[in-house]
Structures are given as C-alpha cells and as structure tokens.
Design a protein around this ligand. Sequence first.
Ligand code: IDP
Ligand code: MG
Length: 138
Amino acid sequence: MSNLTFTMIKPDAFEAGHSGAIIQMIQDAGFAIKAAKLTKLSQERAGQFYAVHKARPFYGELCDYMSSGPIIAMILEKENAVADFRTLIGATNPKEAAEGTIRAKFATSIEANAIHGSDSDENAQIEGSFFFSQIEVF
Ligand code: IDP
Ligand code: MG
C-alpha cells in the first residue's frame, strides 16, 4: 500500500471552470498536493498515456477528448491514496457515481468525466512519472 496517487483534471472540467472547486474537494478529503502542472496533451501523448486502452472502441475519441484542451496534472499524498481517491472521484460513468463524488458533481458523460485517478500503486508511479520529474515533487 502506497501513499501516492496521480490525477488529472480533464479538459471538460478545466474548460467549465471547475478546477478550483475540484482542488478544494481534494484537499478537504485530506490529500496533500505534492506536484501540480497546467499543461495540454498532444494527440500523441494522450495516446501514450492511455495506451492500455488501445484495443477499446472509444480509444480514438478518448485521445481526441484528452488532447482537446488544458488539463491539470497532480501527484497527491494521503494514506491509502489510490483507493481513497477512487472513492472520492466516483464511478467512471457519472450516472453510476455515488452522490457527493467529484464525477457525480462535475462529469458530463462517461467520456467527459471531469477527472482521472490512478487504479493501482504501480500505475500511480508510472503516470506520475509521465508528467513530473523527481525534482518537481515536494
Ligand atoms: P477510469 O477513468 O474510471 O479508470 P477507465 O475504464 O480506465 O476508467 O477509462 C479511462 C477513461 O476512458 C475514462 O475515464 C473515460 O474518460 C473514458 N471511457 C471509459 N469508458 C468509456 C466508454 O465506454 N465510452 C467513452 N469513453 C470511455
Ligand atoms: Mg482507469
């Protein structure tokens, strides 16, 4: 069990002006921000980030969407970070996301679902390293 996870505020939520409210929810839930970056993925970089989903039918659209505008990438710290953060963001499909979760509040569709959260300690490490070098992490 690790104490770090990785997140992105996705283009739909950034564009809609929800970044501040989402970061407030993250901090209120006890996560410390260890690194943060406003950036934009190219189509190619989005494809690399989501390479694990290459075979899925929505892969092309997902890469279009994730490169459609700015995102905020962050590394977060908390005890049991990966699992607790998945609980805070809610189910992939906002129709199935529990009340009070970030996706229930801010996601507009199963694709444009406001926020990313790593699904394992191993992927948190890989995904954090995709955006940040060691010296950028507090
Ligand atoms: P997760 O983000 O909850 O871990 P994943 O299954 O890993 O969900 O899918 C990665 C991302 O791909 C989702 O967050 C969402 O943006 C998009 N996605 C997942 N399933 C679908 C779908 O059925 N249609 C369109 N986009 C999807
Ligand atoms: Mg996932």
